[in-house]
Design a protein around this ligand. Structure first.
Ligand code: SAH
Ligand code: SF4
Ligand code: F3S
Length: 467
């Protein structure tokens, strides 16, 4: 069924490209398109799929939003992501007034929220196309529909029963790529909107994943990141009975792949089997992102996270013990309803005990429709801010100290690009996900080089290529 759908979409790509050709004739140049990513790695991977189709139908992809086609791939995990979209739409409208051929599209998680779509329908008439997360595979068809209609095209569906393979993608980096292994989420952490906008968890067939990675490898990709909201529950619901650790072992066997990363691991589902596979692997990177969210058992329970503070600390200790040199990073949220200063002390206690290599800290954001939004004990803003600053300070101190431990060591880096601030330097990523800047030029991009980590600058290193 999904192959038939892909064939159908290829037909729409042809139809849409006739319109793009016509536009090229009118403009006297190749029409341009810009895809803007607002969210997480999965959102970014979706953007590559959007880019692949836009390129296929004849657009030239550019970074400027002053383009003939602009699509915002939105995120709604926290309210500030939404506000950014509304703000920037105003700017796009300005461009569109000067370029009457311009088309503006919105897709992604925020579009799965009825209230957002209503607001855009009512107040942002200049938007040409809106669709959600479940029908992104129909992008070519939707572009075609947009070209033939006079009014805003809106296509939002619920549920994600269809996985369409083999559509074109346009990768941001030639040497590394994300690979979806599952979609959606079943965990319903009480603060989180993702299960509502991304639908139920659904794993991709291992054969399809392996085929995609083999193809990427043939295409020059050496580093891949397996993507899912909770990769540790991969395989549930598939008939073959495969676990995430087994999938990793299969991916490891693919020639040409040198580094394997994955995101995100939910602590409650992290298996001993996974720790063993990681410990015995040369390819799986020495990095684990293991979101903690909070350190207080009471808050963890209210969040529906299904682990305790002690269990998390013990798990992190086991991982560090079995996989020396591993970097553990995390996500922490401050200000969940009912959280007291004492609860935040517990979070800080975990940061001290686990010694995270890095942590993303977020202020709790109330998301309509989630259980936490209906809780009555929302915490006052100034209290949250104070506690947030306390957590952040501790996280930064710990991270700085942790980074020091590799100073003076020589490690392998995959060079990702020329340094933005100093063109005599290139930037490489270490297996543990930290960055090192060292002298070099763009011919090193995509290559693995040994670098001496001469000086730790807190969150990155200044180094030297060794021969
Ligand atoms: N699936 C991943 C997280 C995806 S969302 C996991 O379970 O770990 C990424 C991060 O955003 C979360 O780890 C959490 O820290 C944060 N986040 C999610 N919902 C949020 C909310 N309502 N307010 C603030 N931060 C939130
Ligand atoms: Fe959200 Fe929890 Fe699912 Fe992560 S596991 S996406 S935080 S509901
Ligand atoms: Fe945002 Fe959707 Fe990712 S809400 S964090 S883009 S899954």
């Amino acid at each position: 069924m999904s192959n038939r759908e892909a064939d159908l979409q290829f037909e729409y790509m042809e139809k849409a490209s006739a319109f793009v050709d016509e536009l090229a004739n009118t403009l006297g140049r190749i029409p341009t398109a810009c895809v803007v990513t607002f969210g997480c790695q999965m959102n970014a991977r979706d953007s590559e799929k959007l880019s692949g189709i836009l390129k296929k139908i004849g657009y030239e992809l550019i970074d400027s939003e002053n383009a003939d086609f602009v699509i915002y791939n939105t995120c709604t995990v926290r309210d500030n992501a939404n506000q950014k979209v509304y703000g920037r739409l105003g700017v796009l409208n300005g461009y569109k007034k000067k370029n009457p051929h311009m088309k503006i599209a919105l897709c992604g998680c925020m579009m799965q929220e009825t209230s957002a779509v209503e607001r855009i329908r009512e107040s942002y008439h200049f938007v040409d196309l809106i669709f959600g997360t479940h029908n992104i595979y129909k992008f070519a068809e939707l572009i075609y529909t947009m070209f033939v209609s006079d009014s805003m095209v809106v296509d939002i569906v619920d549920g994600n029963d269809k996985i369409v393979e083999e559509l074109p993608t346009e990768r941001k980096y030639p040497f590394k790529s994300g690979v979806n292994i599952m979609y959606g989420c079943n965990n319903f952490c009480t603060y989180c909107i993702v299960p509502y906008v991304r639908g139920r968890e659904k794993s991709r067939e291992p054969g399809d994943i392996i085929r995609e990675i083999e193809k990427l490898s043939k295409d020059g990709v050496t580093e891949i990141m397996l993507l899912g909201q909770n990769v540790n529950s991969y395989g549930r619901g598939l008939s073959g009975g495969i676990t995430f650790a087994q999938l990793l072992s299969e991916v490891e066997r693919i020639d040409g792949i040198r580094r394997i990363r994955f995101m995100t691991s939910h602590p409650k589902d992290l298996s001993e089997e996974l720790i063993s596979v990681m410990a015995g692997s040369d390819k799986i990177c020495r990095h684990l992102h293991l979101p903690l969210q909070a350190g207080s058992d009471r808050i963890l329970k209210a969040m529906n996270r299904n682990y305790s503070k002690e269990k998390y600390i013990a798990l992190a200790a086991r991982i560090k013990d079995r996989i020396p040199d591993i970097s553990i990073t995390t996500d922490i949220m401050v200000g969940f309803p009912g959280e007291t200063d004492k609860d935040v002390d517990e979070t800080i206690d975990v940061v001290r005990k686990v010694q995270f290599d890095n942590a993303f800290t977020f202020i709790y954001s109330k998301r309509n429709g989630t259980p936490a939004a209906a809780m009555e004990n929302q915490v006052e803003e100034n209290v949250v801010k104070e506690n947030f600053d306390r957590v952040l300070k501790c996280v930064q101190e710990t991270a700085r100290m942790r980074a020091k431990r590799f100073e003076g060591r020589t490690m392998e880096a995959l060079v990702e690009g020329v340094n933005e601030n100093d063109s005599t330097l290139v930037t490489g990523r270490l297996s543990n996900n930290m960055l090192v800047h060292f002298e070099g030029s763009n011919e090193l991009i995509g290559r693995y080089v040994k670098v001496s980590l001469d000086e730790c600058k807190g969150f990155y290193y200044l180094g030297r290529k060794v021969f």
